[in-house]
Design a protein around this ligand. Structure first.
Ligand code: SAH
Ligand code: SF4
Length: 361
């Protein structure tokens, strides 16, 4: 139903016909099930710190946002969150946070990666937790140190594959360079990480052609996993304050789901995350992401007190990813699709991308 070349992708992205969009999502869901099954892999998301040395114009935890109350989880808090993820049989964790390159932080991550590997699990014969890091651009030696410590996946979004748009949504200085970001992605891949990337969807100034180019970029980069999601405004950021228009909530939700669907058709066996940012736009946002072709779900295991301070964008509600008495773990977030069996959960599975495994000798 869609030609997967640039023109076909642009036409699909621009199409506002609800019947077409629904049929596209259904086709992507069928493609996913045919290639990788109904199973959704879990990654417990640990938001380690909202301290950041960068100043991305769209991000609520940017360095110059004086009204952001900063925090950093202690080693004990991170390990408790990882242990909680292991107890709930999530199989993997993601450690995400603001970008920091100071020696104390680098060593802390190395120490924590090693310690998380020691946490007992009942996954696949006691296999330790899988670890994804998402801690921004780092010197190659740091990526190597963390890889040797035991991290094996890294998520670094390109944010947009259009260098001009990249420059419009970042300060014009050497700390925010498209070329440097690209180089960091290549470093990650060369070291042996499963290097995931992604972009924001529905940004000010972004065109349908930009979004089509993002999809083609993922394909060219041969990414084993993609974590992309809607842009959501944060009222304290220069990008929101500039008044530059961007698509409505309903449009960004539709676009976010459509990008997942198109990517699934383009790359049938990769891991695609259903972004938290979808949940801001609909209470069923992440479930809809999975029904549109995503296969990775990241329950937030950050303590509540800090989670509310990790305001990349304005969060309307606290994510309800905690188990409730008498209810199944994902009753809120995945409920209906779990009950009718369209989604099954890969408890205790690392959930490496089939694409990545298939490409290894
Ligand atoms: N500092 C690291 C990781 C934390 S930020 C990094 O930048 O790579 C993780 C992601 O949050 C970013 O890649 C960006 O795509 C996303 N993000 C930041 N502000 C956002 C916003 N206003 N709306 C949607 N996503 C946002
Ligand atoms: Fe920092 Fe990442 Fe936010 Fe940029 S997007 S300001 S690097 S946390």
């Amino acid at each position: 139903m869609v030609t997967l070349d640039r023109d076909g992708l642009i036409a699909a992205i621009e199409c506002k016909d609800p019947a077409f969009n629904e049929a596209l999502r259904q086709e992507a869901f069928r493609t996913k099930v045919a290639h990788i099954g109904t199973e959704v892999y879990l990654r417990g998301l640990i938001e380690i710190s909202n301290i950041c040395r960068k100043n991305c114009l769209y991000c609520g935890i940017r360095r110059d946002n004086a009204s952001c109350a900063r925090y950093e989880l202690s080693d004990a808090e991170v390990l408790a969150a990882a242990a909680r993820a292991a107890r709930q049989r999530f199989g993997s964790v993601v450690i995400q946070g603001g970008e920091r390159t100071d020696a104390a932080f680098v060593r802390k991550i190395t120490r924590l990666v090693k310690a998380i590997k020691q946490i007992e699990t009942d996954s696949e014969g006691g296999r330790p937790l899988g670890i994804t890091l998402s801690l921004g651009e780092q010197p190659r030696e740091v990526y190597e140190e963390w890889f040797e410590a035991g991290a094996h996946r890294y998520l670094l979004r390109i944010e947009t594959s259009n260098p001009d748009l990249y420059h419009r949504i970042h300060p014009q200085d050497s700390q925010h360079s498209f070329e440097r970001r690209m180089e960091a992605l290549l470093d990650l891949k060369a070291i042996g990480y499963q290097a995931g990337t992604g972009a924001m969807i529905g940004l000010p100034y972004q065109t349908a052609a930009d979004l089509a180019d993002d999809l083609l970029f993922y394909k060219r980069f041969d990414a084993p996993m993609i974590g992309m999601g809607p842009y959501n405004p944060n009222d304290e950021t220069p990008l929101t304050l500039s008044g530059a228009p961007y698509p409505s909530d309903a449009e960004r939700l539709e676009l976010g789901l459509k990008m997942i669907a198109l990517l699934r058709l383009l790359m049938p066996d990769i891991n695609i995350a259903s972004a938290t940012a979808l949940e801001v736009l609909s209470p069923r946002g992440r479930e809809l992401g999975i029904l549109s072709g995503a296969n990775v779900f990241m329950p937030n295991v950050t303590p509540d007190e800090q989670m509310v301070k990790y305001n990349l964008y304005d969060r309307k509600t606290l994510l309800r990813d905690r188990p409730h008495p008498g209810e199944s773990l994902f009753a809120d977030s995945l409920g209906e699709s779990l009950r009718n069996g369209r989604i099954t959960i890969g408890f205790g599975r690392w959930g490496d991308s089939k694409h990545f495994t298939a490409s290894k000798p």
